[in-house]
Design a protein around this ligand. Structure first.
Ligand SMILES: [Zn+2]
Length: 218
């Protein structure tokens, strides 16, 4: 039997570099948002922030999230939209209920998802994080397909950026935000990814207790 030559072995490293072009993920649908800025010079991207969003809240499957992140939402189309009228926001990624992945901002750039925030003593989480929105409603369960996409995305991000912390918006903006909410299954995400539990803010019991009874507004 002939010995396989080196060229028979797939070069996974090389294949994986094709997954990213200038911070854009090849396996996402790209919907470029104007709502972004530069990251601070030399900022290492070490944090993934998990959010939840649906527009109007609890209604899934429309194009309102895309419209919000591209400043094309008709604010008068729903009473809830009036409450967020004029918002200029974005996230790097959105995971729809069926697991579809959308990307709005290059990971190389700073998306506008976290707002006033702090994590492990560092303020302004937008500077050094990737923002990932799950289509959903706080305290309502997420779909299996969404966890699968999230796992795949976190693996892909890890090819390029040294992300070693995964936190919810509620963890980095306590008292102000509560997404992705109590129904997000941190243990399931940890099991899927195989990352150490210490990387998941939602698996920190002390932190969770601290946040669970604060005065929280979406
Ligand atoms: Zn959020």
């Amino acid at each position: 039997m002939p010995t396989p030559t080196r060229t028979d072995v797939p070069d996974l490293t090389e294949n994986h570099t094709d997954d990213w072009q200038d911070g854009w993920y090849a396996h996402a649908r790209h919907v470029p948002s104007p709502n972004f800025g530069s990251r601070p010079e030399g900022a290492a991207i070490t944090l993934a922030v998990i959010h939840s969003i649906s527009l109007p809240p609890g209604i899934y499957g429309g194009d309102e999230i895309e419209r919000l992140f591209t400043n094309q939402l008709d604010w008068s189309a729903h009473p809830y939209f009036e409450q967020i009228r004029g918002a200029e926001v974005s996230a790097h990624f959105v995971v729809r209920r069926d697991g579809e992945l959308l990307q709005f901002v290059s990971v190389n750039d700073r998306a506008w998802h976290a707002g006033r925030s702090s994590w492990q003593g560092r303020d302004n989480c937008n500077d050094y994080s990737v923002g990932i929105e799950l289509e959903g409603l706080e305290d309502t369960s997420f779909e299996a397909a969404q966890y699968e996409t999230l796992k795949t995305l976190l693996d892909a991000l890890a090819q390029r950026w040294p992300i070693d912390q995964i936190a919810g918006h509620a963890h980095i903006a306590p008292g102000r935000k509560r997404d992705p909410g109590s129904a997000f299954d941190w243990a399931h995400l940890q099991a899927l990814t195989g990352r150490p539990a210490t990387q998941f803010a939602g698996l920190d019991k002390a932190l969770d207790a601290m946040h669970s009874d604060t005065d929280q507004r979406a």
